[in-house]
Design a protein around this ligand. Structure first.
Ligand code: FAD
Ligand code: SF4
Length: 461
């Protein structure tokens, strides 16, 4: 493929016709010549606006210069000083609305492929062996982290690099949070996540799975043993449409559907005895990353047709551009301005189809996006699987068992904006449990902020 300096160096990827039935990773990553070429597109700006667009402040200008010079290890070291999860962020961050959105080169040409470069470095480490990291003298204080998603892992990584003894408690049987149970193998392979988590363990982070804080152990018990507790428990409680028929067999929340596919390894049936049925036609309601992951997983599970229905238009869609484009290439059908109003089933209680209503756009709502307004025009669509991907809210468990934790009306924990401390002393929180469903890098940024605040409180530095 010819490479033009005005364009981002193309990412090699699997052919859409082939990959729509495979859980193999779609993006194949840059090789060294491609990465070095892409890095030379960076203008090394005096004021690198890209860095201000990154919630964890990756030193993008320095990273690009070192990659262009072929000094991959130094470039990776610079990234890892601030980001514990470069292989993850390089794959799933919405760069188009963060660092790359601010890139000065983007004013005239395509911005530097910052995410692709970060991913290249992380993959280089996986292929060439781990780089050594120097740790400071160990400190006596222990910190407990609840939840092993990106906020918890980042907070753990920063604290262990400051010398603390850190233990992560995770409710599920594997660590990683949404990175493990939500984002599918074809976007973020388990082996990549395993490498990142193993790296943190080697630095000294201890991880204990199958511990539901609030039930197995209480927050007060943790506070008795640890100098501080960080809550990064995410927003894993699915929202439903509250329409008739939603309890039929074959109707899933996106959380359940993706957890069965990813965490329970449904995508490796029959090797794993946990089949997930996609049927002939799967319909997914929603147009965020979660909806795209669900609909693309359905294709890979064997659905002949995989359909998105969304009550607004492509302009209001919240999915990453790349995810949408990949879904289109793979043959996903999009029905804009439509919303399900009823699910109907057969005599055995299996979903058989949905009734939908056409919408039109009205005035902007509180989110600033045009409000969908019903038109009264309805139609039906047959399907064997129906997945609801319209959002999630914070897991209420810890707050329910700990009345001193103050929450917003929608369930998010209330924290001090500067430190992330909750209404309970020595208990901090960040990530989706505070912001509601957001992004990996925002959760990581929140985890970093809290790590700094905990360090300041304990050490006075
Ligand atoms: P989570 O990742 O939700 O992790 C929370 C962890 O806490 C979980 O492992 C949970 O089991 C554990 N936990 C909960 N309660 C307890 C308890 N009581 N005791 C112990 N452990 C507990 N963002 C992007 O930037 N790009 C994307 O492409 C993208 N795609 C996504 C696709 C899907 C399918 C989903 C669901 C989300 C996606 N997101 C994406 C959003 C992103 O993954 C989240 O914003 C991010 O993972 C939030 O991180 P977190 O650390 O706050 O929580
Ligand atoms: Fe390079 Fe763009 Fe950042 Fe400038 S803004 S330093 S061109 S990545």
């Amino acid at each position: 493929m010819p490479i033009k300096p005005s364009r981002k160096t193309p990412m090699p990827m699997l052919d859409p016709v082939e990959r729509r039935r495979l859980f193999q990773e779609v993006n194949q990553g840059y090789d060294a010549p491609r990465a070095r070429f892409e890095a030379t597109r960076c203008l090394e700006c005096q004021s690198p606006a890209c860095e201000q667009g990154c919630p964890v402040l990756v030193p993008i200008r320095k990273m690009s210069r070192l990659i262009a010079e072929g000094q991959f290890e130094d470039a990776l070291r610079a990234v890892k000083e601030v980001n514990s999860l470069p292989a993850v962020c390089g794959r799933v961050c919405p760069q188009e609305s963060q660092c790359e959105k601010h890139c000065h080169l983007g004013k005239r040409f395509r911005p530097v492929g910052i995410g692709f470069l970060e991913r290249f470095l992380a993959d280089w480490e996986i292929e060439n062996g781990r780089i050594r990291e120097e740790l400071p003298e160990p400190r006596p204080e222990k910190v407990a982290i609840v939840g092993s998603g990106p906020s918890g892992l980042t907070c753990a990584g920063d604290l262990v690099r400051l010398g603390y003894r850190v233990k992560v408690f995770e409710a599920l049987h594997e660590a990683g949070g949404v990175l493990r149970y939500g984002i599918p193998e074809f976007r973020l392979p388990n082996r990549v996540l395993d490498f990142e988590i193993e790296g943190l363990k080697r630095l000294g982070v201890e991880i204990e799975c199958n511990v539901v804080v609030g039930r197995t152990v209480t927050l007060d018990e943790l506070l008795g043993e640890y100098a501080a507790v960080f809550l990064g428990t995410g927003a894993g409680l699915p929202s439903f449409l509250k329409i008739p028929g939603e309890n039929l067999t074959g109707v899933y929340s996106s959380n359940e559907f993706l957890t069965r596919v990813n965490l329970m390894r449904g995508y490796r049936f029959p090797e794993y005895d946990t089949p997930v049925r996609a049927g002939r036609r799967t319909v997914v309601v929603g147009a965020g990353n979660v909806a795209m992951d669900s609909v693309r997983s359905a294709l890979r599970l064997g659905a002949d047709e995989a359909v998105i229905v969304y009550r607004r238009t492509i302009k209001e869609m919240t999915a990453r551009v790349e995810e949408y484009e990949h879904a289109v290439e793979e043959g996903v059908e999009f029905n804009w301005l439509t919303t399900p109003i009823r699910v109907y089933g057969d005599e055995r209680g299996w979903v058989k189809g949905i009734e939908l209503e056409r919408m039109k756009l009205g005035e902007p709502d509180a989110s600033g996006r045009a409000r969908p307004v019903p038109t009264g025009e309805t139609f039906t669509m047959e399907c064997d699987t129906f997945v609801v991907a319209i959002g999630t809210s914070p897991n209420p468990l810890i707050a329910a068992y700990t009345p001193e934790l103050k929450t917003q009306s929608w369930g998010g924990l209330i924290v001090n904006e500067e430190t992330g401390e909750t209404s309970k002393e020595r208990v901090y929180a960040a990530g989706d449990i505070v912001t509601g469903s957001a992004t990996v890098i925002e959760a990581a940024g929140g985890g970093k902020k809290v790590a700094a605040a905990i360090h300041k409180r304990i050490s006075g530095e």
